[in-house]
Design a protein around this ligand. Structure first.
Ligand SMILES: [Mg+2]
Length: 235
């Protein structure tokens, strides 16, 4: 039996799918329910940030303490999932071009382990994936935005879970991050892994290029190109 040798970690929003405003709507409702305020949510950009980070950024100026916010995360997870289930029917949550096909192709490969590294709360991540037609079980491991305030702090957790899952160590040279923000690229660089950036989110190709991923793609439709990078067949 082949054990996976290559770890591919996908971001969700702007990479696999577009939640089309549903996430912001659910965030607003859940923050009001759990914290009684949304702070300056209207001006806030979620891209690349964990939900824990988002809450710290929006609620610290409102007088909330770090420990208080951390303690409320489980309640927030439940609340945002409930509100998302309610609002999502009003939004067109959809997979981004090439993403379903790429995930399917990688799922056929016994040498590849796929995982999720996302800023979303756990239940929210699964709701979005399902709404866009992905089966969350396709991804053998997942780390969520409730597990660290800074995205790169999720990376050791992802590696640890992948190791536990497969009983083997994944070398950074065999690990690829696919994401749509400089924070995703930073995750890869934090361990010396490869970053594939995709310009299907809110960050421009030019800005992504400044952060020096292996490649910036317009979308994930060029499956041969993505596979060649993942499998280490191109430089
Ligand atoms: Mg993203």
């Amino acid at each position: 039996m082949t054990t996976p040798e290559i770890l591919v970690l996908f971001d969700i929003d702007g990479t696999l799918l577009r939640a089309a405003g549903s996430g912001r709507a659910a965030t607003e409702r859940a923050m009001r329910e759990v914290f009684g305020t949304v702070g300056k949510l209207a001006d806030y950009h979620f891209a690349g940030k964990t939900d824990w980070h988002t809450l710290l950024t929006l609620l610290t100026p409102e007088g909330f303490g770090e420990a208080e916010i951390e303690a409320a995360l489980p309640r927030y997870d439940t609340a945002i999932a409930r509100h998302m289930a309610d609002v999502m029917r009003d939004y067109h949550i959809h997979a981004l071009p090439g993403a379903p096909e790429l995930v399917h192709a990688l799922g056929q490969r016994p040498d590849v382990l796929m995982g999720i590294i996302t800023g979303n709360m756990p239940q929210m991540a699964d709701l979005k994936l399902r709404a866009a037609g992905f089966d969350p079980a396709t991804f053998a491991v997942a780390v969520y935005g409730s597990e660290a305030p800074i995205r790169r702090q999720l990376v050791p957790l992802a590696l640890e879970r992948s190791e536990q899952r497969c009983g083997r160590h994944f070398d950074p040279s065999n690990t690829v991050f696919i994401g749509d923000t400089p924070d995703d690229i930073d995750c890869a660089h934090s361990i010396g892994a490869r970053a594939v950036a995709v310009a299907t989110g809110s960050i421009s190709r030019a800005e992504l290029e400044q952060h020096q991923p292996v490649v910036v793609l317009d979308d994930l439709t060029d499956q041969a190109k993505v596979l060649s990078i993942i499998l280490g067949q191109s430089s």
